[in-house]
Design a protein around this ligand. Structure first.
Ligand SMILES: [Zn+2]
Length: 587
């Protein structure tokens, strides 16, 4: 039977807790960062794994000497109440040490590894010194798994490990809601540990270039991991930078459930959804989604594919497969590199065309090869869905017709080839629980204070926005940087006050947009864009910037984020502002 752990009743000079008293795991103290560790009283001197001959435990449990000569036990959460931990506590006391109070601490694997490998380290400094403890592969793999796990649980899109060879510590960052942030618990990781960890992680890479992790070359590949029972695809890309390798690992959750989000949940507005649904129902032709890297294009596509009716045969051609789409027949085509499966794109495409499908998802049009595939498929009467990099909906055709991709203008201008062109971006979504009224910007101090402009200037700026775009100022809200219980994310202050992200978009239905296809054919999409902005081309399409402001009036986003992400709002009238925003996208 487990007995709750209590402070030893006897004076500490007698040492040990009675061996029959088991440690109550709920009494262990959580440590979430190096700063937490350094704040410990008494301070932490050095690990004792070698001295106590328990190196083999060091990936799970590590005894450490404190400044008052007592010994504490650092442990992974799942081992803190284990028999092994109790046995270690006994060994500590048998060797004549006094157990610290509190006796045990729980911490994440990378932190534990960083400490336990630093056998010769001194207090206040975790840099590796002297002979280094050789860490087991298991411990390094566990550390990597922890970093991936943290990212997946917090909805990060990327994990970045930036090695700085000249420095004792290197950087671990994540992209969370589009922001590049460093969580507290992965700060100040020893460089040597991270390099070893990357070498171990690379061993599981499939289709990568290079048998081993090579800090001096650019490497790419992918691997699968499980986090909380969910399968996550990791896409690894390293850059050999001046200070050392910079590894960016994209985290792609492949659980079918993630494609279950509706367009509305992604942030599309009712009129935009109507246009998309109309295009979905039309037979044949292409729907193309554009946006920057990380703008959620693939998520939108996956969501679209998920809602196609059962009686349509859906096939995908991707590099690599990013989401598991229910019922779709998915094909990964690895092209640029790859030791295994050198299956040519053209070969795959020929086979695919014989498979009598109704709908095809082509991951991205980005070069000649995919450009040819685009023409091949879009001209064959199937429904084609794809993405490309372009700076606005009207410029998607320019991108496809560029020398780099080489889709012919005559082809693009053929009625029926292009069904719908969408440009999307993601903006942080306000936490509805704690967002502040916009007047907090000009009421001086308090959480609404923003030193970028004075209170008077903010007032003036917001008045301008209201005048130019037309809307009710009283419905606007801004982010509360103090946040609330609903939005206070662990250790990432940049995300406090927000609740995920929302899509802002603009679209063109080419067949309905007067003059658009003619402009595409004549190599004059820019003229079309200008005309639509000045109202000459009939009903001007809403720009992504206007969509952002519309959402600001609906209290979904902070109008300052609209300006920061999508361009200046401070102009004289809405036509001018449109010109400004189009110049921005052309720049
Ligand atoms: Zn909140």
């Amino acid at each position: 039977m487990r007995v709750p752990w209590r402070r030893p009743a006897r004076p500490r000079v007698f040492g040990a807790v009675a061996p029959e008293v088991r440690f109550d795991a709920s009494q262990a103290v959580p440590i979430s960062s190096f700063d937490d560790l350094q704040a410990l009283e008494p301070g932490l001197l050095r690990p004792l794994s070698t001295e106590l001959h328990v190196e083999d435990l060091s990936s799970r449990l590590c005894p450490v000497l404190m400044a008052d000569q007592s010994v504490a036990i650092l442990s992974l959460p799942e081992h803190v109440g284990s028999d092994q931990a109790d046995e270690l506590a006994r060994r500590v006391t048998q060797r004549g040490y006094i157990l610290a109070e509190p006796q045990r601490y729980v911490l994440a694997a990378p932190l534990l590894l960083a400490i336990s490998r630093n056998q010769a380290g001194a207090q206040q400094s975790w840099q590796a010194r002297g002979p280094q403890h050789e860490h087991s592969r298991t411990a390094l793999a566990q550390a990597f798994q922890d970093m991936i796990g943290w990212g997946v649980r917090h909805g990060a899109s990327d994990l970045h490990i930036n090695i700085r060879h000249g420095e004792a510590e290197s950087e671990v960052k994540y992209t969370l809601s589009g922001r590049y942030v460093a969580p507290e618990q992965f700060r100040r990781m020893p460089t040597s540990m991270l390099v070893d960890m990357l070498s171990v992680a690379w061993m599981d890479i499939r289709g990568g270039n290079g048998a081993v992790f090579d800090p001096l070359s650019e490497q790419q590949g992918s691997l699968l991991k499980q986090v909380d029972g969910r399968v996550v695809l990791l896409r690894w890309a390293s850059l050999s930078a001046d200070q050392g390798p910079s590894v960016c690992i994209r985290l792609l959750e492949r659980q079918a459930g993630t494609v279950g989000l509706t367009l509305e949940q992604l942030g599309y507005m009712p009129d935009q959804i109507e246009a998309i649904e109309h295009a979905l129902r039309a037979e044949g032709g292409a729907m193309i989604f554009a946006g920057a890297v990380g703008s959620g294009k693939s998520t939108t596509l996956a969501s679209l594919m998920g809602r196609l009716p059962d009686e349509r045969k859906v096939v995908t051609l991707e590099d690599p497969v990013e989401y598991l789409i229910p019922r779709a027949i998915q094909n990964t085509v690895v092209r640029d590199f790859g030791a295994g499966a050198p299956e040519g794109f053209a070969v795959k495409l020929r086979a695919l065309k014989r498979s009598a499908m109704n709908d095809v998802l082509l991951g991205e049009v980005r070069d000649r090869e995919t450009g040819d595939a685009f023409m091949d498929l879009a001209g064959s009467g199937v429904n084609l869905y794809t993405t490309t990099h372009a700076l606005s909906a009207a410029l998607i055709t320019e991108r496809l017709a560029s020398d780099f991709i080489g889709v012919s203008r005559d082809f693009l201008a053929t009625p029926g080839v292009l069904k719908l062109l969408v440009y999307q971006a993601l903006l942080p979504k306000l936490c509805a629980e704690c967002a502040l009224p916009i007047s907090a910007l000009w009421s001086g101090d308090g959480p609404g204070h923003d030193a970028w402009r004075t209170g008077r200037e903010w007032r003036h700026w917001v008045d301008h926005v209201v005048q130019n775009f037309g809307g009710d100022v009283t419905t606007m809200r801004i982010r509360n940087p103090r946040g609330c219980r609903a939005c206070r994310k662990e250790q990432v202050s940049a995300l406090v006050g927000y609740a995920g992200r929302t899509v802002v978009a603009e679209y063109i239905e080419p067949i309905k947009a007067p003059g658009f296809l003619e402009c595409v054919q004549k190599n004059d999409s820019l003229a079309y864009w200008r005309d639509s902005l000045s109202g000459k081309a009939g009903k001007a399409d809403e720009t992504v910037l206007e969509c952002g402001v519309r959402k600001a009036f609906r209290a979904e986003v902070d109008v300052r984020d609209v300006e920061q992400r999508l361009g200046s709002l401070h102009v004289h009238d809405s036509r001018d502002f449109r010109r400004v925003s189009s110049l921005r996208v052309l720049a």
